[in-house]
Structures are given as structure tokens and as C-alpha cells.
Design a protein around this ligand. Sequence first.
Ligand SMILES: Cc1ncc(COP(=O)(O)O)c(C=O)c1O
Length: 420
Amino acid sequence: MTTPWKQRYAQRTQRMGSSTIRELLKLTEQPDMISFAGGLPAPELFPVDEFKRAAQRVLKQHGSQALQYSTTEGYLPLREFIVEKMSHYGIQASPENVLITSGSQQALDLIGKLLINSGDLILTESPTYLGALQAWRAYQAEFTTVPIDDDGLQIDLLAEALCGGPKFMYILPNFQNPGGVTLSLDRRQALIEMADRYGVPIIEDDPYGELRFEGNHLPPLVVLDAEKLNGRAHNSDEAGFFRGNVIYLSTFSKTLAPGLRLGWMVAPKSVIRRCVQVKQGMDLHTSSFVQMVAYEVVKKEFLTKHVRRIREVYKERRDIMIGTMLRQFPPGIIWTWPAGGLFLWVTLPTWLDATAVLEKAITHKVAFVPGTAFFPDGSGHNHFRLNFSNAQPAQIEEGIRRLGQVLAEVIENNAQMAYA
Ligand SMILES: Cc1ncc(COP(=O)(O)O)c(C=O)c1O
């Protein structure tokens, strides 16, 4: 007899839909498809030769250590490097505040496993990162949302959502995925105030902060929170910077390569100790070999120069995409103007459905992600996300031209139907 596996799936799997992103990414494999759908970095910028040389050096000098089991916290020199790197952004941590994770996606899952009981309410921006929703749905979380605008989370709408008693807030302050927008300094300060007043902690997810093309870097929430707490007497047994309301996440996925699966979490030491126990049950530790090779690549000034190059290339692609949209998109369509990162967010007239547009776009061999995927309640039908980092400039121009044509046709057909 064959096992009816479906009947044996745990209850928590019922809310795990298949990911729209993953389904759409399949389409990018079709020949001639120009895809703005995935969140993929530019592959031609991956430092393949540096990794080749670094892997050889690691295997020659520390081969057996690199291939052995290792500590769950992560490779100490890499954690020290991360601490040093974050200090340039005002984050004062020690290696004991840092846990290396298998991508920041694992950190999101860890947080779910650590913090979410079935039915717990999580406050997210709307729209928000789909991968976080996927991770936390598996722990049977419920979501309450606060919309974003060009300056990020709409703080004036936050109090009402906080009154519902969420367990934590999930905030993407820089070049938000999918919105492309950045939380302004005023709002960052107000958010920290409110988190403190309502006693609701923040998960700050910052994979894109280093990819700023223009304007001034803004202080991470974790820094503003620490400044606020440091000005006040406290009873915490944790000395130093990290004892506050914010857990900070970042990754090497967008600055080095996502295939490494290397991210990190920064949190109070007591939280890191708990997360270490949780992570042990997940994968014991992140690949020692990958951590050591990545450290070998970044340890001298390589990353700074490399990130500078990524910023230049992505800025050029953003400009080409927006320039072509300005020429090719019909009137009545608006979009965000990201100062960094990988994405911009398009808003159609409310009567247009982005999923219907996608169906047509696919026949013209161009793809994007419809907005509904990024809203916990499935709303957002008239939005879509465009990625500008992955395609070459000529492809961006051609893909946006095709998309403009699709949009014009859809709008015209609708107008004809309205007059018929
Ligand atoms: C906001 C956000 N968080 C987390 C992740 C996951 O990144 P990683 O590759 O480090 O798992 C992504 C990936 O696109 C993201 O956009």
C-alpha cells in the first residue's frame, strides 16, 4: 500500500501555498523571456575568480578545518569581520551578538521558531517581503499590516495596529522589497519611540542597505534604539550595545552572491544563545567551508570596492529602467523611485489587475511579480514589482518597451469595452 502522504502533513502546512515567486521564476527559464520577476543580483558581477583563488587557499591552508563540523555560532573571523563592517554604520556589536545563518531567510525562520506561537499576531509593512510571510505562515502566524508610502511605513497609522498587541514588527527600512522605498529619519525615530512605548520589539531586515546609489545613509533602527536606551537607566544583565528592542538581519546575498547562503543576525547575547539552540535543530551550523572561503574573499578591502561597483551598475540599470518607463508606459501609471536596492514598485489604475496584465505580458515574453504576493491579506491587485538588477541594459529597454505595449493594449481594450 502506498502512503497517502497528504493525510499525514502537519496542520501548519495547510497555510503554506506554493510561492508565486518560485512559480514565476520557472517562466524565466523560457527562451527569449525578459524577466524582471526574480530578486536576482547581476550574475556577471559575481566575483568568481576571487572565490576560485580563495577556495584553493582555504583548502591548502585549512583544508581539514573547512571540511569538518564546526560551531553553530559561525566562523569567528567572519563574525569579527561583520562586527567591524557594521561599526561603519554605527552598529556596535561584539562577535557574541552575531549568529551566522544560512542566508537571512534562515534567520527569518529561526525567528519564527523562536518567537511565534500558533495564532500570534505579527505586524508587517504592506506590501512586505514574501519570504518572511512564507516562513512565518508555517508557524501559524496571523498578520496585521501598516501601509507604506514614498517615505516607508506610514507611522500615523501605526498606533492602531499596535493596539492589536502584535508579538513583533517586521520592518525593511532600506530600499524595501518590494516597494523600493526607504524609511525617512523622522519616521525611524518615531518608530523607535512607539516600539518602546507599546513594548513591541522590531525585526529589522536590511539586505539592501549597503546598495545605496545616492543620498545619505540613514541610521539603522538598531542604532537609534540603542541610542535611546543608552540614555536611560536600565536593569538589563546585558552590558553594552545590544540589549534593546531590535534584532537586526543582513546578508552577503546581494553584496557577494546569494548561492553562498550566508547571512547574519545581530541580537542581545541571550537571544543569540537561544537562537543557537534553535539553529542546531535546523542544520547544526552554516557550511564551514563556505564561511571560510567567503572570509578569505572579503578579509582585505575587497568587499568595499566590490560593493562600489555593484552600486554603479545597479544605479545605471535603475536609470535605464525608469527612463524607458517614462517614454514607454501609458499615462496613469506611477512607480517608486528607489535610491538603492534592486526593485521598484508600480501602481496601475485601480481597475487594472496586475495578474491579468502578467498573463498577457508572458505572451510578449516579459515577466514581473504581481503585487498580491506581497500583501498578507492578498490585496494589492493593481501593483507589481520590477527588478532592475538582473537584466542587461539592452534587455531592460526591450522588456520595458514590451511591457509598455502590453499596458497600452490592456488599457485600450478596457476603454473600448467601456464604450461598447
Ligand atoms: C527583505 C529580504 N529579506 C531576506 C531575504 C533573503 O535573503 P537571503 O538570500 O540572505 O536568504 C531577501 C531576499 O531577497 C529579502 O529581500
